[in-house]
Design a binder for this molecule. Structure first.
Ligand code: ADP
Ligand code: MG
Length: 699
């Protein structure tokens, strides 16, 4: 396809320098190839012409054939419009234009038969169509295929420069007519034959100019398959390259630390899921290959204990380990839990965060370098170049979604031979997305909560039920439970949000004079924040009014009620994370979503999902369906390897699985794609990788 990629769009008949510039700026179309890969976003069936008599306002876009019987300009200024009466012998409709009056007026005449296309609506008791597309019947017959018509996204700027969807369609037709050669194939013929795929040349033509739905489906399938297949092939080949090139530290022994901990200090019986994932990791770390594992487990599933036990394996083999958390609060909490648990074993553990004092920091640096310090827990501060380990064998990253790929890589480089890497995430990721974004990581799943947990009960209240809410909270507090009240504070600098938060705090103080209430937000000094957190964790305060700083990881098992104020302002996965702060003890826990009366349809759906289920995976799937994978938390930084042009990770999961399987089969036979018959694959991968780099340089 190199030729099509090198042909400048400017030279396509009908384009020219000015339009070429616009196409490039507004739609990233610079070459013939870019235009071919500018896929329609929808198709409209234009095979049918309706009689006006049949038309009603509930119909979607329809097509009529007839003549103009009158044309007049009505109104002045902003309401000035062009109104035409259009008739086909079975009835009449009114056609209305508010924009481009001169142009429309010039193209209408009473003598010719026209095709009119648009969405009917009711106005003044009759049917009218606002801003229909019109075309003389003889021209329509010649130009537009009266079948499925492709529609293309165009910006306002493009539209006002005569680059609307229809023009794009015509340019594509011109391109196919002028390009005599076949578009070179990008998949090996073995795959095409085996899976009976349409060849690329046909698929690309049909995606723009389909004559029927069946044909279109086959074309789309071929293009989606190709897209998803190459993503999988890329990820899996990278994984192979890594396993072939990097030797992993061999953790062959299970020694005193783990055994003693397991036999004498384990705080509770491990769940079967915890046992299984630890086994999986032990296997990885003993294999001579570098472990790269993603540990998924819903909030509260006990990932911290797993992390600790895996770190003990590293220590047993005379390596150091570190655990990196996204916030200071969380790092501190991990430090406290873990140092208490390993104290009887005489293990050296340190906490390093942005607020660690210089002398302490120097001491830690020193003891890491000479190997005395065995476990380091901390925040981003761990990544700094001044942090040097004597022998780092394992890196655990908690709550992955706050760390970018680059940050992960910097931790790797802390040892000549990269350490084993365990990434833990509590934001469940839909399977298809995980396969795509983390497809190079092995995945372990904790699919079981510790015993005795009761599912959290979730309700959705409007603000008018506040008295009822307060009565409920008072009851729970009297039973000895603790309560979180969370306010949205997406941007810590938002004044308005702060006002809500502090007003909420005052309101709670007034409503619960008998209780002690602490407030926590991101603008507080770390020491103040810690003090407040401690008050709550120790049970001295019954209510914590907070922002989302408590979203990740905070663990107070006695807290059993989570009230989320203005819940409409949170995304699904954030709501799920917040809810996960309760339900950690044996008590029945509750989550109350407080919102306004007036809710958008989508928001209402979000609340319904939260009330209906506590299953993080189900929520993640729903989230992806509603928002699209690009917006999911945790994916922005890691990003998809290539831009998806036609497939959709939630709708096309079967094609994705198929793509993965085909990629696996190929790599099994040729792990690094070195065989000559796979040349077409490596060539295409190189091209896609290049396209990605260029793309990121432009945007
Ligand atoms: P997360 O997976 O969200 O990080 P944590 O590691 O914070 O979960 O664990 C949540 C709570 O469950 C903690 O209080 C922890 O002590 C407890 N826990 C962990 N494993 C078990 C277990 N096997 N049995 C009982 N409680 C457990
Ligand atoms: Mg955790």
């Amino acid at each position: 396809m190199s030729e099509l990629a090198t042909l400048n769009i400017m030279y396509l008949s009908g384009v020219g320098p000015k339009k070429a510039e616009l196409l490039k700026q507004e739609a990233k179309i610079a070459s013939y190839e870019d235009l071919i890969y500018y896929f329609p976003y929808k198709y409209v069936d234009r095979s049918r012409i309706y009689a006006i008599r049949e038309v009603d306002a509930s119909m979607q876009h329809i097509q009529l054939k007839g003549r103009f019987t009158s044309l007049k300009t009505i109104g002045e200024g902003r309401t000035k419009r062009l109104s035409a009466t259009f008739s086909d012998g079975t009835g009449t409709v009114e056609l209305v234009w508010f924009k481009g009056l001169k142009y429309v007026q010039g193209s209408i005449n009473g003598d010719s038969t026209f095709i009119v296309f648009g969405k009917p609506s009711v106005f003044n008791g009759g049917i009218s169509i606002v801003h229909p597309e019109i075309e003389r019947f003889d021209e329509a017959k010649a130009n537009v295929k009266m079948g499925l018509q492709a529609h293309y996204n165009t910006s306002e700027k493009m539209k006002s420069n005569f680059l609307n969807s229809r023009v794009i369609g015509k340019l594509i037709q011109t391109l196919f007519a002028s390009w005599k050669g076949k578009i070179p194939e990008t998949l090996p013929s073995s795959i095409i034959d085996k899976y009976r795929l349409m060849i690329l040349n046909d698929a690309l033509r049909i995606i723009h100019l389909p004559s029927n739905n069946q044909e279109l489906e086959k074309a789309r399938f071929r293009l989606k398959f190709e897209e998803l297949f190459y993503i999988q092939l890329n990820i899996l080949r990278l994984r192979n390259q890594r396993t072939y090139n990097i030797k992993g530290h061999v953790f062959g022994t299970v020694g005193g630390y783990l055994n003693t901990f397991y036999a004498e200090h384990l705080p509770f019986e491990l769940t079967n899921a915890q046992k299984r994932v630890i086994r999986e990791m032990r296997h990885d770390m003993g294999s001579g290959k570098q472990m790269n594992r993603l540990l998924q487990g819903d909030v509260g599933s006990g990932k911290t204990l797993v992390a600790l036990m895996v770190m003990l394996i590293a220590l047993d083999n005379h390596y150091q380990a570190c655990l990196m958390a996204p916030t200071e609060i969380l790092a501190t909490q991990h430090y406290e839990t873990i140092s208490k648990q390993v104290e009887p074993l005489g293990i050296h553990v340190a906490l390093l965060t942005g607020s660690t004092k210089k002398t302490e920091r120097d001491r830690i640096h020193q003891s890491l370098r000479n190997g005395e310090m065995q476990i380091l827990i901390g925040t981003h501060a761990l990544i700094e170049d001044t942090v040097i380990f004597e022998k780092l064998g394992l890196v655990v990253i908690d709550e992955q979604h706050r760390f970018g790929v680059e940050q992960r890589a910097r931790l790797w480089r802390k040892n000549p031979n990269p350490p084993h890497v365990l990434v833990m995430t509590a934001t469940p990721i839909p399977r298809t997305l995980a396969m795509t974004v983390y497809g190079d990581l092995e995945v372990s799943v904790i699919d079981e909560l510790p015993p005795g947990r009761k599912p959290i009960q979730t309700v959705h209240y409007f603000h008018n039920r506040r008295n009822q809410l307060n009565r409920f909270l008072r009851d729970e507090i009297q039973k000895g439970r603790q309560v979180y009240v969370v306010y949205p504070l997406i941007d810590e600098s938002e004044k308005m949000d702060f006002k809500n938060l502090s007003e909420g705090y005052e309101y709670m103080q007034k409503s619960f004079p008998e209780s002690r209430i602490v407030m926590v937000h991101g603008r507080m000094k770390p020491s103040e924040k810690d003090a407040a957190m401690h008050e709550f964790a120790a049970g001295n305060a019954q209510i914590m009014v907070a922002t989302t700083v408590i979203e990740v990881g905070v663990n107070v098992p006695n807290a059993s009620v989570m009230v989320i104020e203005s819940a409409e302002r949170f995304g699904l996965s954030q709501l799920h994370q917040l809810r996960g702060r309760v339900g950690r003890g044996a008590e029945q826990s509750f989550c109350i979503l407080m919102t306004d009366f007036k809710l958008a349809e989508e928001t209402r759906k979000r609340m319904e999902i939260m009330v209906r289920t506590t299953d993080g995976f189900e929520i993640a799937e729903a989230d992806m369906k509603m928002r699209g994978p690009g917006d999911l938390e945790g994916t922005q930084q890691s990003g998809l390897p290539f831009e998806l042009k036609i497939s959709n990770l939630s709708r096309d999961s079967q094609i994705l699985q198929m793509g993965r399987k085909v990629a696996e089969d190929i790599l099994e036979d040729d792990p690094l794609l070195e065989k000559p018959e796979n040349y077409i694959l490596t060539k295409q991968l190189t091209k896609l990788a290049r396209a990605k780099i260029n793309w990121s340089m432009i945007s």
